[in-house]
Design a protein around this ligand. Structure first.
Ligand code: DAH
Length: 381
């Protein structure tokens, strides 16, 4: 039986032996030895870079160990190569061995200098490694902040849900609207003083940014005819000076029911149901007479003050009631403009400000907060 093959020598073992014990038969063999050492250098540095460090201190320790292994004064690999290979090279090989040695030493010094910058810190992932050094896959990953639904959108959806539950459907219309739909069709002729109630932003003499969602009533009547039960949520614009209760852009929700035999009692019953659903069962409602050109009779719906429960406070101006929306029985002229016969059909309608509802629901005292996009405000919802 042949003797068992001896395992090959490691480079650490080789560098501790003089050249003559390493079976060197020519310059090529010496070159191969230095090449093996240089390959070892690259391999070791690369695996340290791939592994990275979990702290500054750990990185320093890794670099120090690496430097000692290669450049240590006595037992460093370069010192050993000098001692055992360079100095033992006979005169025949001296020059070449010197060349290989100098090239390797330069390469080692370069690596030792570059290494600290190449080893990256795993910031914040300490816990991902178990004691055994392998990743712990049961730990949660890093989450990105996801944001949430804007309070105005949220309130708008809540209002929509209540009316969808009553069989209403959602309609929308353009924000850049004609003077006809925004005013004339709603029974507000030119030069009528009621137009002053809506501080209007005009695009040109016949076009404007809608001041309310009421023009969608006309568009929906034209499109679908009667009977009709719709809700129109959307943006409105007014030439108002911004303050804590006014904004140039805000949101409204419009409601419209047109059918045979619709009476003021339907309006009262529906809005009372809605107010309780939205603000809570304790809320009481009250209808005050009002005026809108597109309804007859017109009313303002007031709810018992959500802050003092009707006792009287600063918010309700000691009255116990807060007006929350305009409403009324659709004016026959408006039905006619929508192509619906007022002799056969009647209807009720309402319009409310979404920001105002959100302010009451969440006790917010400045409408501007909704539109400033400040995360500290928005993240509370
Ligand atoms: N459009 C009115 C406004 O902006 C609100 C309104 C009042 C709408 C009464 C209606 C209504 O549909 O019947 O002030």
């Amino acid at each position: 039986m042949p003797p068992p093959a001896r395992p090959p020598m490691t480079i650490d073992q080789k560098v501790r032996k003089p050249l003559k014990e390493l079976d060197v038969k020519g310059v090529g063999d010496i070159q191969r030895l230095f090449f093996e050492l240089s390959q070892t250098l690259d391999g070791e540095a690369n695996s340290l870079v791939i592994k990275g460090a979990r702290s500054e201190a750990e990185r320093e320790q890794i670099c120090k160990t690496f430097r000692n292994r290669w450049l240590g004064r006595k037992s460093g690999l370069i010192a050993q190569a000098d001692e055992n290979w360079l100095k033992t090279a006979g005169t025949d090989y001296k020059r070449d061995a010197g060349r290989f040695f100098n090239a390797l030493r330069a390469q080692v010094e370069e690596k030792v200098t570059a290494l600290p910058a190449e080893i990256r810190l795993h910031v914040g992932v300490d816990a991902v490694f178990t004691d055994a050094g392998s990743p712990d896959l049961t730990l949660p990953g890093h989450r990105r902040p996801r944001g949430s639904v804007h309070p105005v959108t949220r309130v708008m959806r809540e209002i929509e849900d209540i009316f969808l539950g009553l069989g209403f459907s959602i309609e929308s219309g353009p924000e850049i609207e004609s003077v006809y739909y925004n005013f004339e069709a709603l029974n507000i002729p030119e030069s009528h003083p009621a137009r002053d109630d809506w501080d209007t932003l005009y695009v040109d003499s016949q076009t404007l940014l809608r001041t309310h969602t009421s023009p969608v009533q006309i568009r929906a009547m034209e499109k679908h005819g009667a009977p009709l039960h719709i809700l129109c949520p959307g943006k409105c614009y007014r030439h108002d000076n911004p303050d804590s209760t006014h904004a140039t852009m805000f949101h409204q929700v419009e409601g419209l029911a047109v059918d045979t035999d619709i009476s003021f009692a339907d309006l009262k019953g529906t809005l009372d149901f809605f107010a309780r659903k939205f603000f809570g069962e304790k809320i009481r409602t009250n209808f005050f007479p009002s005026f809108f050109p597109f309804t007859e009779p017109s009313g303002d719906l007031a709810i018992s003050c959500v802050f003092c429960e009707g006792e009287g406070c600063r918010v309700c101006k000691e009255s116990g009631w807060v007006e929350v929306m305009g409403c009324g029985m659709v004016h026959p002229e408006v039905l006619r403009h929508g192509g619906i016969d007022p002799e056969r059909y009647s209807g009720w309608a309402f319009g409310l400000g979404v920001e105002r509802f959100a302010m009451m629901k969440y006790d917010i005292n400045d409408i501007q907060l909704f539109h400033q996009g400040d995360v500290r405000f928005l993240e509370q919802f």
